[in-house]
Design a protein around this ligand. Structure first.
Ligand code: GLU
Length: 491
């Protein structure tokens, strides 16, 4: 065990071809947890060799998402390390050299086929119902033919010479033993004609050079691993351990996608999910502590994480569960902390007429009243705006309580006003002490009277507990609002 501890080096190797989604972050999280559990190193490597598919801003979005989730890295962009550079686009010489070595050793060959020829070949394969793949024409070129192509100035790609028979086998720490017939693999490209490596070559070179002990990645790469195994062998590199994480599925058991709702990490953040809830939720996408525990904090995850408890089968992503979990985490937050996290959302969503930033002291009094009900930070404004606005906007009809003619409501408010004005302490307890008996005096059911006061002071029929709300609003605001309600009733 101790030996393993000193050896664990794992990497998260995103391609900046899009914005990070939950699948990417689940991979990052599991890899990070594995590193932290074993006291190893967590490395971030940017696999940016697919120039055509590079997306502007994607690297920053990926790094931001890692930071947001608290997945700190020991080597990689911004922090450096002994195995850099950590951007593959800055390591092209390494891959070109490896490709040359493979060609020289007879493990790879230069292919001069034009894109048109490859296109025709593909069409022909489709027509004949043959499996797709390169037909290996250039594998068998004579020296003369090769010389000829070179003389024409055709820049070749480099392809791997897959053995024509036999099998390739490796053991995956999650899926078990995986075997493929070599005849099912085509001579895949290692180096493109622009000098950029393909994913396969760059990935294998770097995992070796960066001394990666465990390759932890998404299920979708499992089919690439036999090719990688062949490459490791040909390059004389020893094989790392492999662990392919189960697929993430929607509730309908198809691969998680846009049609299942938000999947981008940026969206989750904007919707007001807490990073700690997100981490907990992602950790349970394919891993479990036991078959019951749902709420597991970061330290507990680190302590307990193991590849052994990763499931072989797909993990279901449930937005409902995530929402529930976020509510749990929001309720656990200290008031001060929740207030702090609500600030940017209030800033973003409160009506423009309300001064920014909102009064922090006032907000600290409001938070305990809404904390129980909040599931998303993005509900901050809708749950609290009535505390901030100067004039409540609501339909006058809301002031009409069932079974209560308007005159009685008017009377109730008129009776309440001077007493509230005179109340020595405007706190919840005193308010209740005043208003509960007053309902009786006025001959009203408490439900009617309090309902009326609730609408008058908050503009809504559902709001946090009335007396606490009135206390937080304060005497001046309450009186002003009751007078405004009276005006509306009289109109
Ligand atoms: N660049 C690949 C990706 O985006 C990395 C796969 C791997 O980890 O080997 O996901």
């Amino acid at each position: 065990m101790l030996q393993l501890k000193s050896m664990v080096r794992v990497r998260f190797a995103p391609s900046p071809t899009g914005f990070p989604h939950v699948g990417n972050m689940r991979t990052a999280l599991f890899t990070w947890l594995f590193a932290r559990h074993h006291g190893g190193r967590f490395i971030v490597r940017i696999e940016d060799t697919d120039v055509a598919r590079r997306v502007e801003g994607a690297v920053e979005a990926i790094l931001d998402s890692l930071r947001w989730l608290g997945l700190d890295w020991d080597e990689g962009p911004g922090v450096g390390g002994d195995y850099g550079p950590y951007y593959q686009s800055q390591r092209l010489k390494i891959y070109q050299e490896a490709a040359r070595r493979l060609v020289d050793g007879g493990y790879a060959y230069r292919c001069y086929c034009s894109p048109q020829r490859l296109e025709e070949m593909r069409a022909e394969q489709v027509r004949r119902h043959q499996p797709p793949g390169y037909d290996r024409r250039c594998r068998y070129l004579s020296d003369e033919e090769r010389f000829d192509y070179e003389a024409q100035g055709i820049v070749p790609v480099v392809r791997f010479k897959v053995p024509l028979s036999g099998q390739t086998t490796f053991t995956d720490l999650i899926k078990g033993e995986v075997t493929v017939d070599n005849s099912h693999l085509d001579d895949f490209v290692l180096l493109k004609s622009d000098g950029y490596p393909t994913y396969h070559l760059a990935n294998v070179c770097d995992d070796h050079l960066m001394e990666i002990s465990h390759v932890i990645r998404a299920d979708e790469w499992l089919s690439s691993t036999p090719r990688h195994k062949l490459l490791y062998d040909a390059l004389g590199y020893s094989l790392p351990h492999f662990a392919h994480l189960p697929m993430i599925l929607g509730p309908d058991r198809s691969k998680l996608g846009k049609r299942h709702g938000a999947t981008s990490v940026v969206e989750f953040r904007e919707q007001g999910y807490l990073p700690e809830a997100m981490v907990n939720f992602l950790a349970l996408l394919g891993w479990s502590l036991d078959d019951r525990t749902e709420i597991i904090g970061r330290e507990e995850l680190i302590r307990n994480f193991s590849l052994e408890r990763i499931s072989k089968t797909g993990a279901i992503f449930s937005h409902q569960k995530l929402l529930w979990m976020n509510g749990v985490y929001i309720r656990q937050l200290p008031v001060e902390d929740l207030a702090q996290r609500m600030m940017p959302f209030l800033d973003r969503d409160l009506p423009a007429s309300i001064e920014r930033p909102v009064d922090k002291g006032y907000l600290l009094k409001i938070v305990p009243l809404i904390q129980e009900r909040m599931k998303l930070l993005s509900e901050s404004a809708e749950l609290t705006d009535f505390f901030f606005v100067d004039d409540l906007a609501y339909e006058a009809d809301l002031l009409l309580m069932e079974g209560l003619p308007p005159e009685r409501s008017i009377e109730a408010l008129e009776q309440s006003l001077p007493r509230l004005q005179a109340l020595p302490n405007f706190d919840a307890e005193s308010l209740e002490g005043l208003l509960r008996p007053l309902a009786g005096e006025l001959g009203l059911k408490t439900g009617q009277f309090f309902g009326l006061l609730r609408v008058a002071t908050t503009g809504r029929t559902a709001a946090p507990p009335l007396f606490q709300t009135m206390e937080v609003l304060g005497r001046d605001r309450c009186l002003k609002r009751l007078r405004a309600a009276l005006g509306r009733l009289k109109d």
